[in-house]
Design a protein around this ligand. Structure first.
Ligand SMILES: [Zn+2]
Length: 363
């Protein structure tokens, strides 16, 4: 299973300057080469190499291996769509292969720049450290908008040997709660909702500010920058929360020797739509797709099976007697069966149905 680790780099000011100059030059060269490739309708790496390798080195000062990567990068982009001339942002991520970088232990990486190699400290979490040993092939050097540096490292993590299981943990992904398991463990959306509301207020006032500036004939550049920083923060918060929830669910499965039953992708697609109206903005932006992906790969890594389940009617069906009726769902949060009177938290009832379906599919 191939994953990408996003490892933060901590270059000092001088080193950061060198990295920046290198990335900018690389993209400048790539744009130039792209114009040549487009002009000549050439998407062949060997042909471009023959024509332009020495030009790239002499004119842009790229090292031999940087020139090779530059050609490969342009060929790849151009092949994707031959109708348009590929263009690269000034700070587009720059590919580093094993001749351009090497890890020095687990806390430093050596990177080639236009001015020779630099040694840069890396900041890694425990999770990243675990995966790090499986790093392979090409990485990307990236300067984020907020000025932080990252190395995007591909790792090929072996799947764990499959653990034989006969039972499932049913997981319901929802609105009131982000996730609930069939035994009632709840991953509440409250903290998330607070952050969302705070960010929302902040965004609104910034947007107001921006439009005021525009009315005055000024360019709201700083405000725009702040806005984009907020959405960056928001998405990192979401990602982190999804990591925590998925980790806990997979641990639970491992501890109890069960597989995991989850809504299939189709269900998630539909539920994104379903949530929008009644719940308005609340969690509508939550990435259930991301959460599902995280659960899936963390499970695979330790050999736990995921059973996808069609979630249709799981929220309206009674987990005790099987009676299915729209009115069973008393409120968004509570379930009350019209036939047998079974009462439960709505999400937990749904999670029990998801588990039951997985058991049926297995039989
Ligand atoms: Zn019932």
């Amino acid at each position: 299973m191939i994953l990408t680790l996003q490892i933060q780099l901590l270059p000092d000011t001088d080193t950061a300057q060198k990295l920046k100059a290198t990335v900018e030059r690389f993209n400048e060269a790539a744009n130039w080469l792209a114009s040549k490739a487009y002009e000549r309708k050439l998407a062949n790496g060997i042909a471009l190499h023959k024509l332009y390798y020495y030009v790239l080195r002499a004119r842009f000062g790229l090292s031999s291996q940087m020139a090779c990567r530059c050609i490969a990068q342009v060929v790849e982009a151009y092949k994707r769509d031959k109708e348009v001339q590929p263009s690269f942002r000034k700070h587009a991520a720059m590919p580093y292969d094993q001749r351009l970088y090497s890890f020095k232990g687990i806390d430093r990486v050596s990177l080639l720049t236009l001015e020779g190699r630099v040694l840069v400290p890396m900041l890694m979490g425990n999770y990243q450290r675990e995966q790090f040993g499986y790093a392979k092939g090409q990485s990307d050097l990236m300067l984020r908008k907020d000025g932080k540096w990252f190395l995007l490292v591909s790792v090929d993590v072996p799947n764990g040997p499959p653990i034989p299981t006969t039972d499932f943990i049913g997981v319901d992904l929802g609105v009131t709660n982000i996730a609930v398991t069939d035994d009632g463990e709840t991953f509440s959306g409250d903290g998330v909702e607070n952050v969302r509301q705070k960010m929302h207020k902040l965004k609104k006032s910034l947007q107001q500010k921006a439009s005021d500036l525009v009315k005055q004939g000024k360019r709201p550049k700083n405000v725009r920058r702040k806005l984009s920083a907020i959405s960056g923060r928001e998405s990192r918060f979401r990602r982190n929360t999804n990591h925590i929830i998925s980790k806990r669910i997979v641990e639970k499965a491992k501890d109890t020797g069960k597989a995991i039953a989850l809504e299939d992708l189709e269900g998630i697609r539909k539920s994104q739509k379903r949530f929008r109206k009644p719940q308005r903005a609340k969690l509508s932006g939550w990435s259930f797709f991301q959460l599902r992906t995280f659960i899936e790969y963390k499970a695979k890594r330790v050999g736990i099976r995921i059973e996808p389940v069609d979630p249709k009617y799981t929220s309206q069906t009674c987990a005790e007697c099987g009676h299915c009726e729209k009115d069973n769902r008393h409120t968004q949060a509570s379930f009350l069966c019209k036939v047998c009177g079974h009462k439960d938290h709505a999400d937990r009832n749904a999670a029990r149905n998801i588990r039951a379906r997985a058991l049926c599919q297995q039989a």
